[in-house]
Design a binder for this molecule. Structure first.
Ligand SMILES: [Zn+2]
Length: 155
């Protein structure tokens, strides 16, 4: 068995498998979840063949169950992701992520003249969901649109 096959079939006992991540975004998902150097045992499997996405990434984390804030973060860079919650070696819950209607604080507006970018104004960035497929948000203040690729760059 090759190393990659080993990673694919090795089961985790308790934790979360984040499936259907757009190819190339697995590392970013792990980073956004704060998993780098976290001590969690995890595996990032890249460029797996997928019927739905062509290629996909998978992130498996032993012992981690995501908070709703973490799920929202995942949904912004991997809007097709499915969370598989594993307990005692079995999938007990499958859940598709849903990009939130309103994203506050975490996603900066790319428009440099937006009020949220002005020092001294202390206006918290707020993005409003326009469309899920393709993923599109709009700044609540200046109306600048932000699509999936740019969101991934901004986070
Ligand atoms: Zn703006």
């Amino acid at each position: 068995m090759s190393g990659e096959e080993g990673l694919l079939v090795r089961k985790i006992r308790e934790g979360t498998v984040i499936d259907h991540i757009s190819a190339g975004r697995g590392l970013q998902v792990a980073r956004l979840l704060g998993l780098e150097n976290s001590g969690y045992r995890m595996a990032i499997v890249s460029n797996v063949e997928s019927k739905k996405l062509g290629k996909k990434d998978i992130v498996k984390v032993e012992g981690l169950f995501l908070t709703s804030e973490q799920i929202n973060l995942v949904s912004l860079v991997a809007p097709n992701a499915t969370l598989n919650i594993i307990k005692e070696g079995n999938v007990v819950l499958k859940q598709k992520v849903r990009p939130p209607e309103i994203v506050e604080k975490i996603l900066p507006c790319p428009n440099s003249s937006c009020i949220t970018r002005k020092k001294g104004e202390h206006v918290v960035p707020r993005m409003i969901l326009v469309s899920t497929v393709p993923l599109l948000y709009k700044c609540a203040y200046c109306g600048t649109y932000v699509g999936e690729a740019e969101i991934a760059r901004l986070l």
